[in-house]
Design a protein around this ligand. Structure first.
Ligand SMILES: O=P(O)(O)O[C@H]1[C@H](O)[C@@H](O)[C@H](OP(=O)(O)O)[C@@H](OP(=O)(O)O)[C@H]1O
Ligand SMILES: [Mg+2]
Length: 318
């Protein structure tokens, strides 16, 4: 039975997230046309853009992983099937960056790599570059175990976070160069317990159900608004907000796998809006998050909100 050392796979993803981030920066620096297409499902989103930067980022990650690991590594990429890239968009991933973590041999049939090559594409097209990230998550037996998040526009060579339960924490580095051997990572501390009001990370694209849960400005909860799931979940990890909440089925597993791995490693939880865990399955029917997302380090808050969401659902059905 084929198996992979998951620590080596995370190392490869760490390297490739920055390799992908570099091409995203190159696209912006070149001033070229973004060649944007709209992928929106009719009835769910009015504008779900994909640009040349999304495509080249995914091509870099997928083609480099495939050449190194072959076909038995299960990969799900947001942009689906793309043409093989030019030679300049393929590299040999460095699998030795995390040798200080204990290696873990995992069966290929239960391991999935989830790729969001450019989370926050709409913000990217609006030039809100600080909200853009490259997300590469690993799930094993249906649960997120590790992830890498690269912010290509924070610092000259970008900033990278990696972590998850497999790695016992979350670590970050503002990259000093494009050369992986020079990267030094420091642990991200668990943020202090929040003071009231608890601030929720929410999408700029408003959702009436979330507005109901937030209440009528009674001062219990505050708002922290941005335009991409990856950065909002990272903001929970960094303590910039106390929860990330989405009810409508806008996000997919590749948006939340990395954030879930980070939040679980710090003792929190990520569920649907009713407090139920998602199964990270390879089949396309399991890629969507049909009943929303709630992500927090505060399990008491999760229980309170899940119960309020169930009550709201029952009231709507009545
Ligand atoms: O850029 P991609 O990789 O497609 O990721 C999307 C996220 O998955 C969605 O969660 C964002 O939508 P919401 O902010 O409406 O949840 C969505 O934002 P958008 O609805 O503003 O386009 C994107 O951040
Ligand atoms: Mg996304």
């Amino acid at each position: 039975m084929t198996s992979f050392d998951a620590i080596e796979v995370v190392s490869a993803c760490l390297h490739l997230s920055a390799f992908a981030g570099a091409v995203i920066r190159d696209v912006v620096a070149s001033g070229q046309d973004l060649d944007t297409i709209n992928k929106a499902d009719v009835g769910i989103a009015h504008f779900d853009p994909q640009t040349v930067a999304d495509r080249r980022s995914q091509q870099r990650i997928v083609a480099s992983l495939r050449r190194h690991y072959g076909e038995s590594l299960q990969i799900v990429g947001e942009e689906g099937h793309l043409e093989p890239p030019a030679a300049v968009d393929i590299t040999t991933p460095n699998t030795a960056l995390l040798r200080h973590h204990t290696s873990q041999q995992l069966s290929a049939t239960d391991l999935i790599v989830w790729i969001d090559p450019l989370d926050g594409t709409r913000k990217f097209t609006e030039k809100a570059y600080d909200q853009v990230s490259v997300l590469i998550g690993l799930s094993y037996q249906g649960r997120p175990i590790a992830g890498v998040m690269h912010l290509p526009f924070v610092g000259t060579f970008g900033t990278t976070y990696y972590g998850g339960p497999l790695l016992d924490g979350v670590f970050m580095s503002t990259l000093p160069s494009a050369e992986p051997a020079q990267w030094q990572f420091a642990p991200v501390p668990v943020p202090p317990t929040p003071s009231a009001p608890q601030r929720w990370g929410i999408s700029e694209t408003r959702c009436a159900y979330i507005e109901s849960l937030l209440g009528e400005d009674d001062g219990r909860y505050g708002r922290w608004e941005k335009g991409a799931t990856g950065i909002l979940m990272l903001d929970v990890v960094r303590g910039h907000c106390d929860a990330y909440a989405r009810w409508i089925p806008r996000t997919k597993k590749w948006d939340i796998c990395v954030g879930e791995a980070f939040i679980v490693a710090l003792g929190g939880a990520v569920t649907d809006i009713f407090g139920e865990s998602y199964e990270y399955g390879y089949d396309e029917t399991q890629h969507g998050n049909a009943t929303g997302v709630f992500a927090t380090l505060d399990r008491e808050l999760l229980a309170t909100v899940a119960s309020a969401a169930r009550a709201l659902r029952s009231a709507h059905k009545a």
